[in-house]
Structures are given as structure tokens and as C-alpha cells.
Design a protein around this ligand. Structure first.
Ligand SMILES: CC(=O)/C=C/C=C(C)/C=C/C1=C(C)CCCC1(C)C
Ligand SMILES: CC(/C=C/C=O)=C\C=C\C=O
Ligand SMILES: [Fe+2]
Length: 542
């Protein structure tokens, strides 16, 4: 576990840093009076990063070096003056406790990063999310809750039995909210993961963890989709039923903590519900994917991770897509589809015939060619062991489902464009939010310039031309390209794309690309490279 000392040397004590003890010798902090608070930090090099203990390891896969930091960045290029607000990005940024190293990318304790844009200036910051799991790990110097792949070690058999009982109540599951961050319609900002208890409220300015978001309904269940659909008017999510395989489709209104059931989907195959990391919606329908990669109660109980972690691959159980009417909760289609593996749906829309009748649903996802090895590829050892030559990232594509609404039993799944357009990698996507659920042309995601072991390009996808534009920086790992529309824009791609890039040198920078040309507009060097992060959101300045 990192050992932090509190350094609190700001004159009026407004800022305090928690600094890892072994980094202290090389850390200096200066404060510069400025309308935007500025701190300059000289930080230890990666070689001094004793806690990570590995030289030449990419900063993307190395634990964040300080518990928090904030300061203004020097911008090269010009930030658009219309860009006013805060980009937040969440992700697992701390992967060790004392001398114990986590094994999977998804296990790390959550690090939230902010980029605040205003008047052409940029203030950045990051901070650890204070989940119970993180606080208990720091206090007890061991993991105390079940993470994505790691399980607390038991001192004796009775402790094991006690912990198993806690598993059924959910008490032993993690609340390490390390996957995404969303702004609810009422302004509250939540960090999320797949356990329901891992829904934590944060302050988008200070990045402070304010407390747990308590769902006030009695829907129960322990887990939910990591990616709810969140708009100014609603929060939609899926609650997988681990006992009686199916999903509750629920909706929560802004200003409330109460989810209400829209309807239920019963699974058609397998011994358990399929994993739903995300799902898409159209204007009138909620699309419920039933992936043959299914939750597995046995694997949940195991002390050591299996190759598929808490999941199991059941090709014989087949794959399905269900379509539920948002207004009535009725299922209007439930079709068998080709086997698929996806973390992330990109978007979906209703296809109409010439008379305006809805004939089918089109749903797009980052599809891993029905191959589950991507989960194993995301083990830290694999991510850290890249030698620059071996092309070890499994192929992926934009999988486009066509779900007929005429009662036919089968849906189609095909690549929406030639995967060679984006280096046969595809994940971490975003769209213009104004096109959520509607016919759309563009998406932004990560593709590949091979050889590589992880998606390493920022890619703009054009579904009309079936073309991709790719941005690449040799050896760098860019995070999910996040699209922010220009206020008043009429073109779908009129806006900017934000990403945080971790460089081979150990440095890092915030990057802005033009949403239309996909050319660089600006970049701003961070004081030190940050670990890879997953998903973001935009909090506009009023
Ligand atoms: C970071 C990311 O994308 C996914 C994180 C997923 C987590 C933390 C899943 C945790 C789970 C448990 C702790 C037990 C129940 C199953 C499952 C939801 C996989
Ligand atoms: C990093 C990732 C999934 C994150 C889930 O939130 C997937 C990367 C896939 C690479 O091709
Ligand atoms: Fe995700």
C-alpha cells in the first residue's frame, strides 16, 4: 500500500497534498499567485517510483504517484473560448497495497481526473476516490473487499465462512467506484462501478468524495450495468438478476434516489444472466443484450481468479438481443443473434421504412469478434510486458446489430466498416450526446496502429463513408476520446474531442482534437504522466 504523508504548506492552508513517503525527497511545491490557483510541482522520475518498483514500465499501467494534485497547465495551441466546464475522467489508478500487486486493470482503486476549461485556460487535477474499500485497504494494509478479480485473504476457515455470508448480503463486495463518472440531471456527480454500493457522490470541483449514493427503492440486487444511460431527464440502467436469470430495466428521475421498474427481461439461454457492462437505447426502446459471457456464481465464490474472472463463456447458450418499449415495458422483439463479446455499446437507433414505420433497431458496439481473450489481455502483466514488437492485441470491430421488429426470430451482426480502417482494434467510444438513440453518423473511439498490446490511436468513425481518421503518437496510450459539442452547433461533429495521453517517456498531456477535422487544436503537458483511465463526462459551466 502506498504510504502517504500529508504535506500542507500552502500559506492559508487551502491546499494539502498527500505525498508518498518514498517520493518526498524529490518533491517540491511552489505556489504562484494567479487568478487561477497555480501550483508547480517537480516530481520524481519513474525510476524513483519505488512503490511501482519496475523500470521501463509504461506510466499508463503504473500507479498514480500522488494521492492528489491540482494546478494550471500551460496550453500549447488555443483552447476554444466556448469550451466552459469540467471534463471528468474516472479509472482504476492505484494497483498495489504494500508489496502486494493487483493483477487486473479493473482492480485498481479509483483515481478521478479533472480538466477545467474556462476563458481559454486549463486547470487540471486528480484525486483518489475515498471508497470504503480504499479507506479500509489503507487502514488495514490489505484488501478488505472483493474487487473485480481480487478476493480478501482469510485468516482461518471461520473467517472464510463469515465472508461468504457477507457476499450474499453484498457486504463483502467492493464499492471501489473506478469505472465511470456521470452527471445526473439534478447536477449530482456520481462515480460508478458494477456493484450498486459502488455509486459514490463526488464534488466535481474539489474531486472530494462526498458519500455514498443510496438508492432509496427496495429493488435489491447487488450489481448493475457499469454504464447507465444518463440524460438531463432520466437515468436508465439494468439490474441483472443472478438467481432467476434476467434483467430488471429501471428508471430514476432527477432529484430522486428511487429507481422505478420499467419492465423485466427473462434470459433465454444459459445458467445465468449474460454480463451487461453497458447497453444502448433508442428514442422509444431500451435494448437489452444477452451475451454468452455470463455471470458465474461459482467463480464469484473462488478465492483465486479464473481466466474469465467472475464470468463463464457459454457458446451453447447462444446470444440474444431483447427490445423493450420504454413507455410500456413490453418486449417488442427478442431475437437470437450471432455470438458476440462487448464491453461497450456505442449507440442505437430506429430504422424506418419510407412510410416512417419503425422496421428494425440498429445497435452498434465495440465487438471483440466473439473472443473473450480481451479480458485476459487486460491483466496488468500483459499490459506491462509489451516489447514494442509483438502484435498481441486481439482483433475487434464495430459490430452493428440489426434487430428486426417484424417478429422474425433472428437478428444480424456485421462489421459497420472494414476493421482495417482502424487497425482492427475498437473500444472506449463516445458520440455527440445530442444523437443518443438517434440515427447518427460519427463516433469517436480508440483503434490501433499495430503492432500493439492495447488500443493506441484516437479514431473518428464515419458510418456513412465507412471510413476512419486516426490520430497516433508513437508509444503513447490515449484514453477514451470524449466529444463535447460546441453550444449552438448544427453539425454532428462540430465540437472538440478530449483525451488524456500517457506517454512512453513517463510524461502525459491533455489533448484536444477538432471534432470535425480530427486535427490537434491544443495540448497541455501535465506535471507527470497519469495512469490510464476509463470513462469520462462533461460538467458544463452554467
Ligand atoms: C473497471 C471495470 O470496468 C469493471 C469493474 C467491475 C467490477 C468491480 C465488478 C465486480 C463484481 C464483483 C465484485 C462481484 C460480482 C460480480 C462483478 C459485478 C463482476
Ligand atoms: C479498457 C477496456 C474496457 C474498459 C471497461 O470499462 C477495454 C479495452 C479493450 C481493448 O481492445
Ligand atoms: Fe466501461
Amino acid at each position: 500500500m502506498l504510504d502517504f504523508d500529508r504535506i500542507s504548506n500552502h500559506r492559508n492552508n487551502r491546499v494539502s497534498f498527500l505525498v508518498r513517503k518514498q517520493d518526498k525527497q524529490s518533491l517540491t511545491i511552489t505556489h504562484v499567485a494567479s487568478p487561477l490557483r497555480r501550483q508547480q510541482i517537480s516530481v520524481p522520475s519513474v525510476e524513483n517510483d519505488a512503490a511501482a518498483g519496475r523500470n521501463n514500465q509504461h506510466v499508463a499501467w503504473t500507479s498514480v504517484r500522488q494521492e492528489r494534485w491540482e494546478g494550471e497547465l500551460h496550453v500549447q495551441g488555443e483552447l476554444p473560448l466556448w469550451l466552459k466546464g469540467t471534463y471528468l475522467r474516472n479509472g482504476p489508478g492505484l494497483w498495489h497495497l504494500e508489496n502486494y500487486n493487483f493483477r487486473h486493470l479493473f482492480d485498481g482503486y479509483a483515481t478521478i481526473v479533472k480538466l477545467h476549461f474556462e476563458n481559454g485556460r486549463l486547470v487540471a487535477g486528480h484525486r483518489q476516490i475515498e471508497s470504503e474499500a480504499y479507506k479500509a485497504a489503507r487502514k488495514n494494509k490489505k484488501i478488505c473487499f472483493r474487487e473485480f478479480s481480487e478476493v480478501p485473504k482469510h485468516e482461518n476457515f471461520m473467517a472464510y465462512v463469515g465472508e461468504l455470508a457477507n457476499l450474499f448480503s453484498g457486504a463483502s463486495l467492493t464499492d471501489n467506484a473506478n469505472t465511470g463518472v456521470v452527471k445526473l440531471g439534478d447536477g449530482r456527480v456520481l462515480c460508478l462501478t458494477e456493484t450498486q454500493k459502488g455509486s459514490l457522490i463526488i464534488d466535481p470541483n474539489t474531486l472530494e468524495t462526498l458519500g455514498r449514493f443510496e438508492y432509496s427503492d427496495n429493488l435489491g440486487g447487488l450489481i448493475h450495468s457499469a454504464h447507465p444511460i444518463v440524460t438531463d431527464t432520466e437515468f436508465l440502467t439494468l439490474l441483472p438478476d443472478l438467481l432467476n436469470p434476467g434483467y430488471l430495466v429501471v428508471r430514476m428521475e432527477p432529484g430522486t434516489n428511487e429507481r422505478k421498474v420499467i419492465g423485466r427481461v427473462n434470459c433465454r439461454g444459459g445458467p445465468a444472466a449474460g454480463w451487461v457492462h453497458s447497453f444502448p437505447v433508442t428514442e422509444h426502446y431500451i435494448i437489452v443484450p444477452e451475451m454468452p459471457l455470463r455471470y458465474c456464481a461459482q467463480n464469484l465464490l473462488r478465492a483465486e481468479p479464473t481466466p474469465l474472472y467472475k464470468f463463464e463463456w457459454h457458446p451453447e447458450s447462444k446470444a440474444f438481443v431483447h427490445v423493450m418499449c420504454k413507455a410500456s415495458g413490453k418486449i417488442v422483439a427478442s431475437v437470437e443473434v450471432p455470438l458476440f463479446v462487448t464491453f461497450h455499446f456505442i449507440n442505437a437507433y430506429e430504422e424506418e421504412d419510407e412510410d416512417g414505420r419503425v422496421t428494425a433497431i440498429i445497435a452498434d458496439c465495440c465487438e471483440h469478434n466473439a473472443d473473450t481473450t480481451i479480458l485476459d489481455q487486460l491483466r496488468l502483466q500483459n499490459l506491462r510486458s509489451f516489447n514494442g514488437n509483438d502484435d498481441v492485441l486481439p482483433d475487434a470491430r464495430v459490430g452493428r446489430f440489426r434487430i428486426p421488429l417484424d417478429g422474425s426470430p433472428f437478428g444480424k451482426l456485421e462489421a459497420a466498416l472494414d476493421p482495417d480502417e482502424h487497425g482492427r482494434a475498437m473500444d472506449m467510444c463516445s458520440i455527440n450526446p445530442a444523437y443518443l438513440g438517434k440515427k447518427y453518423r460519427y463516433a469517436y473511439a480508440c483503434g490501433a496502429q499495430r503492432p500493439c498490446n492495447f488500443p493506441n490511436t484516437l479514431t473518428k468513425l464515419d458510418f456513412v463513408e465507412k471510413k476512419a481518421k486516426n490520430w497516433h503518437d508513437e508509444g503513447a496510450v490515449p484514453s477514451e476520446p470524449f466529444f463535447v459539442a460546441r453550444p449552438g452547433a448544427t453539425e454532428e461533429d462540430d465540437g472538440v474531442v478530449i483525451s488524456l495521453v500517457s506517454e512512453k517517456s513517463g510524461n502525459g498531456y491533455a489533448l484536444l482534437l477538432d471534432g470535425s477535422t480530427f486535427e490537434e487544436i491544443a495540448r497541455a503537458k501535465l506535471p507527470y504522466g497519469l495512469p490510464y483511465g476509463l470513462h469520462g463526462c462533461w460538467v458544463p459551466k452554467k
